[in-house]
Design a protein around this ligand. Structure first.
Ligand SMILES: Cc1ncc(COP(=O)(O)O)c(C=O)c1O
Length: 472
C-alpha cells in the first residue's frame, strides 16, 4: 500500500485551475520571473518546522535539550537564518561551515563540530572560536586535538563519536553511517576503541570528556532505531560511569526522515539502477512525528540514566527540517516520444542540479501548471547535458506534459543545493517565499562566477595564440 500525496502535504495548495501555489504565488509565475532551474524555499513553514522539532524534544525529555541544525544538509544562508530564528543552534563539519556559522551570528558556544577528517588548522579554529563541543571521530584525531589544545593553550570539550554497528532496517550496510563494515565513522564500539579513548584521555589535561555521540544514517523513519542504538551503548555507559567519568551530554545525531520522501531500500536501489524500475511511492500512513521520535529517545535515555541529573540531549537534524520546505522547479524544454520504447521529458535541470538525492531517494514530482491533470504514463525525466547519466528520474509516472510547462520536484531542501555542480550549466537561483513576499536569496550563477577561479587569457594572449595557430 502506498500513499498518494498532494500539495497540502507540504503546506501548499492548488488554485482553481490546478496551479501549484506558494502562499500567494503560482509556482509557474515564480519560475517565469526568476528563471529555472529555481529552488523555492517555503520560509514561514521552514521556521515553523524547526520550531516544532525543538518544542517536541523539549516537551518529551526531562533534562536539557538542544537542537543543532546540520549545515551540510542545506547551507543557503536564508535557510540557516530561518532555523536560527526558531532557536536552533549549529552543527558544522568544515572550516567553511564554521566560518559561515560565525558570519551568520552564531557564537562558538552554539556550535557542535563533526567530521571524520578534521585538520589541525580546523581544530585550532574550533578551539579559538570556543566551539561548544567537538565530536571526536578517531583515535588519531584525539591525539591531534590533544596536541592542538596544548599549542593553543585552550581546553576542548569533547564527545566521543561511537560507531555502534547498527544499520537501520532497509538501509544499505555499505553506506549506513553506523555500520562498522560500511563506514569509517566513529570509534569502533565492538573493537573496544571507546575504552581506549577513555584511557588515553587520562593523560590529556586540556581535553575534557562530556559524553557520547552517534549518527547512524539519514532518512530514518522508525523512532525505535534510536532506542536500539542507545541500548547497544548501555554497557559502555555503565563502564564509563564506573570509571568515575560523568556523562553530561548524549548526542543522538540527525537522520530523522522527512515523511514526504524516502530513501530506496538496498533492494529497490539495485532494481532501479539496474533495471530502471522506480519503486512506487511512500508507505501508507503519515509516518512518525517529531513527538514520536522525541518520546522514544527520551524513554531510552531515561532507562539508561534513571537517577540524578539526566544528561543533556543533543540532536543534529538536517533533512527533516530543510527537506520538505523547498521545491525545485524545472522547465520542460522538449518532449521526445519513441513509440513503443519510451518518452523522455527534457528539462533544464539534470544531474548537476538534482545531484545524488534522486539517484537513491523517492521524491514526488508534480506538474506545477496543473497538479490535477489526469493520466499517468511512465516517462524518463532528463536534463540538458549531453551525457547519458544526466537523469532526474527513470520511469516516473507523470501526466502528459508540454514544452514550456514547469515541473516541481518536491523535498528539494535536503542535500540538493549543497551538492549541485556546474556541469556545463550555471547553478540555480534560490528564492524564498514568505506569505505575500518573495525575495531572491541566492542569485543564479553567471558566466563570470563560473570562470572566477580560472586564468582567462587576455586579448593580447589570445592574439598571440591566434598568430601561432596561423603559423602552423
Ligand atoms: C554527524 C551528522 N549529524 C547530522 C547529520 C544530518 O543528518 P540528516 O540530514 O539526515 O538529519 C549528518 C548527515 O550526514 C551527520 O553526518
Amino acid at each position: 500500500m502506498t500513499r498518494t500525496l498532494g500539495p497540502q502535504d507540504w503546506g501548499l495548495r492548488a488554485d482553481g485551475g490546478g496551479a501549484l501555489m506558494f502562499g500567494n504565488f503560482r509556482a509557474v509565475d515564480l519560475a517565469r520571473r526568476h528563471g529555472t532551474p529555481l529552488h523555492v524555499i517555503h520560509e514561514t513553514r521552514l521556521e515553523q518546522t524547526a520550531f516544532h522539532f525543538r518544542r517536541a524534544f523539549a516537551a518529551a525529555y526531562p533534562g536539557r535539550t538542544s537542537v543543532h541544525y546540520a549545515f551540510k544538509c542545506n547551507s543557503v544562508p536564508a535557510v540557516i537564518q530561518a532555523v536560527r530564528r526558531a532557536g536552533l543552534k549549529a552543527e558544522v563539519m568544515s572550516e567553511f561551515e564554521l566560518e559561515l556559522a560565525l558570519a551568520l551570528g552564531y557564537e562558538g558556544r552554539d556550535i557542535v563540530v563533526n567530521g571524520p577528517g578534521k585538520s589541525a588548522s580546523f581544530l585550532k579554529k574550533c578551539l579559538e572560536s570556543g566551539a561548544r563541543l567537538i565530536n571526536v571521530d578517531s583515535m588519531s584525531e584525539l591525539e591531534l586535538l590533544h596536541k592542538t589544545t596544548e599549542e593553543v593553550g585552550q581546553d576542548a570539550r569533547i564527545l566521543l563519536r561511537i560507531n555502534p554497528d547498527h544499520v537501520p532496517r532497509g538501509m544499505n550496510s555499505g553506506t549506513a553511517t553506523g555500520s562498522r563494515k560500511g563506514c569509517a565513522f566513529g570509534l569502533d564500539l565492538k573493537g573496544g576503541e571507546a575504552e581506549r579513548a577513555l584511557a588515553a584521555l587520562r593523560d590529556m589535561k586540556r581535553v575534557r570528556f562530556y559524553g557520547y555521540h552517534f549518527h547512524v544514517g539519514t532518512g530514518i523513519r522508525e523512532p525505535k532505531e534510536y532506542s536500539r542504538v542507545l541500548e547497544r551503548l548501555a554497557p559502555l555507559i555503565c563502564r564509563t560511569r564506573r570509571a568515575g567519568l560523568e556523562i553530561k551530554v548524549m548526542d543522538v545525531g540527525g537522520g530523522f526522515a522527512s515523511m514526504t520522501t524516502r530513501e530506496m531500500t538496498t533492494g529497490e536501489f539495485l532494481v532501479y539502477q539496474g533495471l530502471g524500475r522506480l519503486p512506487s511511492g511512500l508507505p501508507a500512513g503519515p509516518g512518525a512525528t517529531f513527538e514520536d521520535f522525541g518520546r522514544e529517545i527520551a524513554g531510552a535515555l531515561t532507562k539508561l540514566f534513571p537517577e540524578g541529573e539526566p544528561p543533556e540531549l543533543v540532536t543534529e537534524p538536517g533533512r527533516c527540517i530543510a527537506g520538505p520546505n523547498q521545491v525545485l522547479l524545472l522547465t520542460v524544454r522538449h518532449v521526445k516520444a519513441r513509440p513503443g520504447i519510451r518518452t523522455w521529458i527534457i528539462t533544464d535541470g539534470g544531474l548537476g542540479t538534482v545531484t545524488l538525492p534522486t539517484f537513491y531517494e523517492y521524491h514526488e514530482v508534480f506538474l506545477a501548471d496543473d497538479v490535477t491533470r489526469p493520466g499517468t504514463r511512465k516517462v524518463t525525466i532528463v536534463g540538458p547535458v549531453c551525457f547519458a547519466s544526466d537523469i532526474v528520474y527513470r520511469n516516473k509516472p507523470m501526466p502528459p506534459v508540454r514544452p514550456g510547462e514547469v515541473i516541481a520536484i518536491m523535498d528539494s531542501g535536503a542535500y540538493f543545493t549543497a551538492q549541485e555542480s556546474t556541469f556545463g550549466f550555471p547553478r540555480p537561483a534560490v528564492v524564498a517565499v514568505n506569505g505575500a513576499r518573495d525575495r531572491l536569496v541566492r542569485r543564479r550563477e553567471t558566466f563570470e562566477d563560473m570562470v572566477s577561479r580560472d586564468h582567462l587569457a587576455d586579448k593580447s594572449e589570445i592574439e598571440e595564440d591566434t598568430h601561432e595557430i596561423r603559423r602552423h
